[in-house]
Design a protein around this ligand. Structure first.
Ligand code: TSJ
Length: 638
C-alpha cells in the first residue's frame, strides 16, 4: 500500500474527522450512554455473524485500563482487497463511514436505529483500536489511533489452523467522552438482553478491573421464551405456559412470547433487529391488534362475555401481561422525534397475521389458559370502569375548584416552574421542620403521612382513591397516563426526602415506583431527585461537622483527632434535626447534596425487574437482589 496520501485517504480522514467533530450525531451522546453504545456497536457485528449462522460465542472483556475487548468465533472480517476502495475489506470497515455490511454479501445485516452506524464510528471515537483476524492458521492485525491507520494490515503470528474469528480491542477517547469508565451492570443487562434475543448464542462478559475478575455467561436455548420467564421470575404467573408465536410473512421474521402474571401493569417490550423500540411502532400495533381481536373472538365464541355488546379493551387484556415482540426486518424505517418508532407497514401486517393465527390455535388447544386470560380481563374491565368513575368525580371537582391544590401542600410563591422545587417529605413532624426551614419563594413542601400505597400491588381504582397519590398528582400538575402533560409540571425539581434508614429507603422506593409507573417522563427527563440528609453530626469545641457516610465520618475524625471531646450523634431520622439544621444539611441549595434519579433507557426491562423485585410479593428474589446489590449501595440508579 502506498504511504502517500491519495484523494481517497483524504476523504476517509475527512469522514472520520466529521465523526470526531460531531460525535453526538453518530453515537447519540458523549455521556455514559454513548460510551456504552460503542460496545454495543461492535458486539452488533458479531451478533450479525451469529444470525448469519457462522458464530456461536462472543466474549466481551472490560480490561484493567478500561479498554474493551470483543472476540467472536465467526468467519473473521474479510481481509481481501476491496475492489472499489483498493484496500483490505477490514480497513474499509474501520475507516469508511457507513461501510458496514456493504461488502461480502449473503450475511443478514440487521442493524438499524442508533446502532448500525458501524465500526468506523467506534474507531474514530477511540484513542486507539486494534483488530485481530484469525484465519487459516494466521493472525492478521491492524492498529488505528483516533481513526488514523497506524500501519497497513499485517500478519502478526500464527494460530490453530482451524480457528477463525475476529477480535477488536479499543480504548474510548477521553477527549470525546465525558465519562470513560464502563459500568459493568449496564453492559451486563444489555448483553443479557442480546443473548435472550438471539437464541443459542453464548455471550460472555468479563470484568478484569476487579481483583478477582468477574465473569458472567448468557446463553438461552429458549430465546425470548426464556426472556419472558426471566421477567416473570419474581412475579406470580397466572398459568405455567409461555405462549409463543413465530413465523415469517412479507419478508419479516416475527417472534412473540407472552405470559400473564397477577400484577396490574403491562410489560410489553418490542424489538426490531435486536434493538429495543421503547416507543413501539407498527410491530407493536400489530401485536396489540391481534391480541385484542383474538381474545375477544375467543371469549365471545365460548360465551365468556355477558352479552353480545360487551367488548374487552386491549388494556384490559394486557393487564399483568409480560410480552416480548421481536422482529427482524430488512430495511427498518424509524420515525418520530427520537427515531425509535418503527414505521414499516409490513411490520404491522406480519405480526398481526402471525399472532392472530397462532394465538387462536393456542387458545383452542389450551381452554384452561384461555379461560384464565378472559376472566382476568373481565375483572380488569370492571376495575377500570370503577376507576374511570372515580376519576371523573375528581376531574369535576378540580374543574370547580380551579385545580384545588392539596391542603397539606405548603406551596412556594414563585410561579415559574424552572425556579421551583417540591420536597416530598415523609411524616408530619419532618414536614413541619421542612416548612419552617424552607426558602418560601422557591421551595414547596408536601408532607406525606405513613406508608405510601404500593402501586405494584394495587389496581387502578384503589390507586386513584389514595389520598397521598392524589396529593402528589395535583401538586405536580402534570396529570397521569393519557392526560399526562409534562409542560404543566409545576416544579422542575421533585425532591424525595426521607430518613436515612431502611424505612426511609423503603418509602423512597415506593415513591419512585409510583413515579416510574405513572409518570416515567419525570424520571427520564431528570426532574426527580433524592435528598441526602446527613448520617452523623460531630461536635468538638463548639464546632460542628456533618457526615453523609461512614467514610466521611472517619475522614472527619482523622482530621480533628479522635478524642473524648468529640460528640458524635447518629441521626435516626429527619425529625431529630431542627429547622435550621435541616436547612444547613439537606435543603440549602448552596450546600446540599442532591442525587438525580436516572434510568438506563437501553434496557428498560431491567428497571421493571428491579421494581417488581423490590416491591412485589415474592420474598426470595427480593432477598437475593438486596444481597447482590448491598455492596453497591447505589439504590438511585434505577
Ligand atoms: F465491527 C467490527 F468490524 F469491528 C467487528 C466485526 C467486530 C467484531 C468483534 C467482529 C466483527 C465480525 C465481522 N465478526 N464477524 C464478521 N464477519 C464478517 O465481517 C464477514 C465475514 C465473511 C463474509 C463473507 O461473505 O464471506 C461476510 C462478512 C460480513
Amino acid at each position: 500500500m502506498s504511504t502517500e496520501y491519495g484523494a481517497d485517504q483524504i476523504q476517509i480522514l475527512e469522514g472520520l474527522e466529521a465523526v470526531r467533530k460531531r460525535p453526538g450525531m453518530y453515537i447519540g451522546s458523549t455521556s455514559s450512554r454513548g460510551l456504552h453504545h460503542l460496545v454495543y456497536e461492535i458486539v452488533d457485528n458479531s451478533v450479525d455473524e451469529a444470525l448469519a449462522g457462522f458464530c456461536d460465542t462472543i466474549e466481551v472483556t472490560i480490561n484493567e485500563d478500561n479498554s474493551v475487548t470483543v472476540v467472536d468465533n465467526g468467519r473473521g472480517i474479510p481481509i481481501g482487497i476491496n475492489a472499489k476502495a483498493g484496500i483490505p475489506a477490514v480497513e474499509v470497515v474501520f475507516t469508511i463511514l457507513h461501510a458496514g455490511g456493504k461488502f461480502g454479501g449473503g450475511g443478514y445485516k440487521v442493524s438499524g436505529g442508533l446502532h448500525g452506524v458501524g465500526a468506523s464510528v467506534v474507531n474514530a471515537l477511540s484513542e486507539w483500536l486494534e483488530v485481530y483476524i484469525y484465519n487459516e492458521g494466521k493472525i492478521y492485525n491492524q492498529r488505528y489511533e483516533r481513526g488514523k491507520v497506524m500501519y497497513p494490515l499485517k500478519e502478526a503470528g500464527v494460530c490453530d489452523p482451524g480457528k477463525t474469528g475476529t477480535k477488536v480491542v479499543f480504548l474510548p477517547d477521553k477527549e470525546i467522552f465525558e465519562e470513560t469508565v464502563f459500568d459493568y451492570s449496564v453492559l451486563k443487562n444489555r448483553l443479557r438482553e442480546m443473548a435472550f434475543l438471539t437464541k443459542g448464542l453464548r455471550i460472555v462478559l468479563v470484568d478484569d478491573r476487579e481483583e478477582t475478575p468477574v465473569k458472567k455467561e448468557f446463553h438461552y436455548e429458549g430465546g425470548i421464551k426464556e426472556f419472558v420467564q426471566y421477567l416473570n421470575n419474581n412475579k406470580t404467573e397466572l398459568y405455567p405456559e409461555i405462549i409463543f408465536c413465530e413465523g415469517t410473512k412479507e419478508n419479516v421474521y416475527v417472534e412473540v412470547a407472552m405470559q400473564h402474571n397477577d400484577a396490574y401493569n403491562e410489560n410489553c417490550y418490542s424489538f426490531v433487529n435486536n434493538i429495543n423500540t421503547p416507543e413501539g411502532g407498527t410491530h407493536l400495533e400489530g401485536f396489540k391488534r391481534a391480541l385484542t381481536k383474538t381474545v375477544n373472538e375467543y371469549a365471545r365464541a365460548n360465551k365468556l362475555l355477558k352479552d353480545s355488546e360487551q367488548n374487552l379493551s386491549g388494556e384490559d387484556i394486557r393487564e399483568g401481561l409480560t410480552a416480548i415482540i421481536s422482529i427482524k426486518i430488512e430495511d427498518p424505517q424509524f420515525e418520530g422525534q427520537t427515531k425509535q418508532k418503527l414505521g414499516n407497514s409490513e411490520g404491522r401486517v406480519a405480526v398481526d397475521q402471525i399472532v392472530s393465527e397462532q394465538l387462536t390455535y393456542f387458545l383452542e388447544q389450551n381452554p384452561a389458559v384461555a379461560k384464565i386470560i378472559c376472566e382476568k380481563s373481565i375483572l380488569s374491565q370492571r376495575a377500570r370502569e370503577a376507576a374511570r368513575k372515580a376519576r371523573d368525580i375528581t376531574r369535576r371537582k378540580t374543574a370547580l375548584d380551579g385545580m384545588a391544590l392539596p391542603g397539606k401542600l405548603a406551596d412556594c410563591s414563585d410561579k415559574d416552574p424552572k425556579n421551583c422545587e417540591i420536597y416530598i417529605v415523609e411524616g408530619d413532624s419532618a414536614g413541619g421542620s421542612a416548612k419552617k426551614a424552607r426558602s418560601r419563594a422557591t421551595q414547596a413542601i408536601l408532607p406525606l403521612r405513613g406508608k405510601i400505597l404500593n402501586v405494584e400491588k394495587a389496581r387502578m381504582d384503589k390507586i386513584y382513591a389514595n389520598a397521598e397519590i392524589k396529593a402528589m398528582i395535583t401538586a405536580f400538575g402534570t396529570g397521569i397516563h393519557d392526560d399526562f402533560d409534562i409542560s404543566k409540571l409545576r416544579y422542575h425539581k421533585i425532591i424525595i426526602m426521607t430518613d436515612a434508614d431502611v424505612d426511609g429507603a423503603h418509602i423512597s422506593t415506593l415513591l419512585l415506583t409510583f413515579m416510574y409507573r405513572f409518570m416515567p417522563e419525570l424520571i427520564k427527563q431528570g426532574y426527580v431527585y433524592l435528598a441526602q440528609p446527613p448520617l452523623y453530626k460531630i461536635e468538638k469545641n463548639k464546632k460542628v461537622w456533618y457526615a453523609y457516610s461512614d467514610d466521611e465520618l472517619n475522614a472527619i475524625l482523622s482530621e480533628i483527632g479522635r478524642d473524648n471531646n468529640n460528640k458524635i450523634q447518629r441521626y435516626k431520622g429527619l425529625g431529630e434535626m431542627d429547622a435550621e439544621q435541616l436547612w444547613d444539611t439537606t435543603m440549602d441549595p448552596k450546600t446540599r447534596i442532591l442525587l438525580r434519579v436516572n434510568m438506563d433507557e437501553d434496557t428498560s426491562s431491567e428497571i421493571d425487574m428491579t421494581f417488581t423485585t423490590l416491591m412485589g410479593d415474592k420474598v426470595e428474589p427480593r432477598r437475593e437482589f438486596i444481597e447482590a446489590n448491598a455492596k453497591y449501595a447505589k439504590n438511585l440508579d434505577i
